[in-house]
Design a protein around this ligand. Sequence first.
Ligand code: DC
Length: 205
Amino acid sequence: MIFTVAIDGPAAAGKGTISKAVAAHFGFAHLDTGLLYRAVGAKVLAGGEPVAVARALDPVDLEDDSLRTPAVAQAASEVAVIADVRSALVDFQRKFAARDGGAVLDGRDIGTVICPDAAVKLFVTASAECRADRRYKELSGKGLDVTSEQVLADVRERDARDSSRATAPLIAADDAVIIDTSDLTIDAAVARAVAVVEAAKRAVG
Ligand code: DC
């Protein structure tokens, strides 16, 4: 059974949490596509050439805890602007989406570019302040030396770059269901996502 759930949205809106929960609920595989761009960004920070690095990316490169730092997030957002980097990563994502048993992919362009025919498209968003506040708590909880002002500025900078780039900008697909998590608990946001997927599953039988 091929059943793809595309979950897009800006940084720290809750797509990762929702994606993992939806995948666990339905027994689908999950791919955080941000990790692909983060892995390329990390290799570029280490001196690599973006397109060459993207073409040579290995799934093992995604299993690296150091990909979760703000510096790597910015580098990811910068390499994500390069059209040849994006096209080097398309096949891997589409193959993952078409795997037997169902798949959840979260990112920025899954419903618009990678899987325009996905069975379900969600666009998970929240206000910039709310997302920065969550990211600040997450990063400072990990012991990283950040200020809330700096995190909000980073979130805004990344939003602007991700939304304004020419290739595959961050935008909700016309047929996406929007979930604004600003005033939702995690459980409520997950329940909403699960209900949308459930309805789509019923519709395809
Ligand atoms: O989801 P994330 O914060 O880990 O993503 C890091 C960056 O990677 C993000 O700022 C933009 C880029 N990205 C993208 O352009 N397309 C995707 N499908 C996923 C991430």
